[in-house]
Design a protein. Structure first.
Length: 246
């Protein structure tokens, strides 16, 4: 199997069927063998039901996993990635903020051996923003990025740690996420730090992006939780292993 697409969802009953169809059609259109894994993170609406509905290409596998309680985006993505089977695995936020065609750029980086982790970025010269964030959210996001890069000692070449469109070599993803402890917003940062500690390579690629004003995540509302997760990550890191050499 070539590609597993993981879609985390929390109260996304109005969007999820479009996500599933777009992901599965992308796999079929490019003649990839693959699967779409939807993880319903304890939704109060009919997200899981809607995810199972709708006709998708017969050659694409569909798996819906439902968590009984809401655990957090990091937990949902970890659940989906650990259930994946493909040579390459990616996750994409619900709402089609980044068209799946953009994944070809990241997939190419992985297939050519340029890196083990390929991250979509909204801040590269080739990126196209169709609908911008509100000014206050944009300022908060930029400040968050600068603080996290400095405090957590992230690679300076990374321009957009929080873009919800990332691809990995499948074996590497399943190891990294099996080690992760963070269940909330900061999971991206923990995965990056663990990857760096393992000597893995991370590259970014430009994406088309449309702001989703219906996002379930707010840095402002979750600031205390984010800070606590950041402190937890700093304490939890361990000695590096060179996974990409295995």
């Amino acid at each position: 199997m070539t590609l597993s697409i993981v879609i985390p969802a929390f109260d996304e009953g109005k969007k999820i069927s479009r996500d599933v169809l777009a992901a599965s059609e992308f796999i079929a259109r490019h003649r990839l063998t693959g699967e779409v894994i939807i993880v319903d993170d304890g939704s109060s609406d009919e997200t899981a039901t809607r995810a199972r509905e709708g006709v998708i290409p017969s050659e694409v596998q569909r798996t819906v996993i439902r968590n009984d309680i809401h655990r957090g985006k990091g937990f949902a993505i970890r659940t989906g990635i650990l259930a994946s089977q493909a040579e390459y695995v990616m996750f994409a936020d619900s709402g089609l903020t980044v068209p799946f065609e953009n994944a070809l750029k990241g997939l190419r980086l992985l297939q050519e051996g340029t890196c083990e982790l390929a991250h979509g970025s909204r801040r590269l010269p080739g990126s196209v923003i169709h609908k911008k964030q509100d000014w206050d959210r944009k300022i908060i996001s930029r400040l968050f990025h600068e603080v996290v890069v400095r405090w957590m000692h992230l690679p300076r070449h990374l321009t957009d740690t929080q873009c919800g469109f990332k691809l990995y070599r499948g074996d590497i993803a399943r190891i990294l996420y099996s080690e992760c402890l963070t269940e909330g917003f900061m999971f991206d940062i923990e995965v990056i730090i663990r990857a760096v500690n393992h000597g893995l390579r991370i590259e970014e690629f430009p994406v088309e992006w449309t702001c989703d004003r219906d996002s379930r995540i707010s840095i402002r509302r979750s600031s205390s939780q984010i800070f606590n997760e950041a402190r937890f990550i700093r304490r939890a890191l361990f000695k590096p292993k060179n996974l990409h050499q295995t």
